[in-house]
Write a protein that binds this ligand. Structure first.
Ligand code: PLP
Length: 368
């Protein structure tokens, strides 16, 4: 049997007519960038996330960049974040000339270790940028308290966490600003790049809307130096169709995850831990073992594709050498980079496929 990490085709086939109709409608309208399709999608998603403002942008990366810009992060400022994340989190900080200050993760859920944040705050710190990794929120109350005590902004990288809930609040609506990604592989994926900024702050929302169109308001009068951060209408139309199904898909992902956990229990691997205050959306289902690389190879021989998110923690990336980190500085992130792997998970994966994955993981540990 062949099992891929993710199969987007099955999802498309289940909603093909609706998607095709929505895309053709945009083409018929000949309105391709921002405009009514984007505005309608923004209204739907602000309702979905229970947030005052939803601002469609060109990607998750640009959502983070715009959020940092709107929060006034500039050259020389420090922003506290996790090294165990996709590059965009810290890349966006560095793009503005600001300094990513990496704080190690808590190995139970792979999110930033909130007990280590306070000692990383300096008089240059401007913001904290937690990531809700794999679809589970970081411990936001602790983060908000440190931010309040030190006058810092909180920007949530919720690129993997649309629909995740922390103590009754939606991911991306807990701090000052939230950032979503609609990259095709995300839980709500477009048919190209796309992203969104969420905020309950009217002034930040106004600023982000200006910054996404090169800082102009009105057109051709530039009060700020912004970027081209606009969302395409075709993406908004696709995402509007898909948003209607998102809760069902998240529920299916949770079922897939609990089936894995139930049947992998007792093996010498670490299973995902869901904190009691969190509703997880399982963008990824990630296990850990000291025999990770062997296991990946064994599963590949059986036709099972797995993935590693992420093989190199950001503080050890070549481009961040200038920050002066060395191996051993953030041991939990480094260990997670060596030991974790993501199993195939998507709403349409069958029980038969899951059983195949589970049985081969069992065989691996039984045989050797
Ligand atoms: C996907 C992702 C991003 C970037 O989103 P793009 O839409 O690909 O630019 C940022 N942070 C995290 C944690 C992500 O997973």
């Amino acid at each position: 049997m062949k099992i891929t990490s993710l199969d987007l085709r099955r999802q498309y086939e289940s909603i093909r007519d609706e998607i095709n109709k929505a895309v053709l409608e945009v083409i018929d309208s000949q309105s391709f960038v921002l405009g009514p399709f984007v505005e309608s999608f923004e209204r739907s998603i602000s309702k979905y996330c229970c947030v005052r403002h939803a601002i469609g942008v060109s990607s998750g990366t640009d959502a983070i960049l715009l959020a940092l810009m709107a929060c006034g992060v500039k050259n020389g400022d420090e922003v506290i974040t996790t090294p165990f994340t996709f590059f965009a989190t810290a890349g966006s900080i560095a793009r503005l000339g600001a300094v990513p200050v990496f704080v190690d993760i808590d190995p139970s859920a792979y999110n930033i270790d909130v007990s280590k944040i306070a000692s990383a705050v300096s008089n240059k710190t401007k913001a904290i940028l937690p990531v809700h990794l794999y679809g589970q929120c970081a411990d936001m109350d602790a983060i908000l308290e440190i931010a309040r005590a030190n006058g810092l902004m909180v920007i949530e990288d919720a690129a993997q966490a649309i629909g995740a809930v922390y103590k009754g609040k939606n991911a991306g609506t807990i701090g000052n600003v939230g950032c979503l990604s609609f990259y095709p592989t995300k839980n709500l994926g477009g048919y190209g790049d796309g992203g969104l900024v969420t905020t309950n702050d009217d002034e930040l929302a106004r600023l982000i809307k200006i910054l996404r169109v090169h800082g102009s308001e009105p057109k051709y009068y530039h009060s700020h130096i912004g970027i081209n951060g606009r969302l395409d209408a075709i993406q908004a139309a696709v995402l509007s169709v898909k948003l209607e199904y998102l809760n069902d898909w998240s529920e299916s992902r949770r079922c897939v995850a609990s089936y894995y956990s139930e049947h992998l229990m007792g093996l010498p691997i670490r299973l995902p831990k869901v904190e009691s205050y969190n509703t997880h959306i399982f963008h990824q289902y990630v296990i850990a073992t000291s025999r990770r690389d062997e296991l990946i190879q064994y599963l590949r021989q059986q036709g099972i594709e797995t993935a590693v998110y992420y093989p190199v923690p950001l503080h050890l990336q070549k481009c961040f050498e200038y920050l002066g980190y060395k191996e051993g500085d953030l041991p939990e992130s480094e260990k997670a980079s060596r030991e974790t792997l993501a199993l195939p998970i998507f709403p349409e994966i069958t029980l038969k496929e899951q059983d195949y994955v589970i049985n081969h993981i069992k065989n691996f540990f039984a045989g050797r």
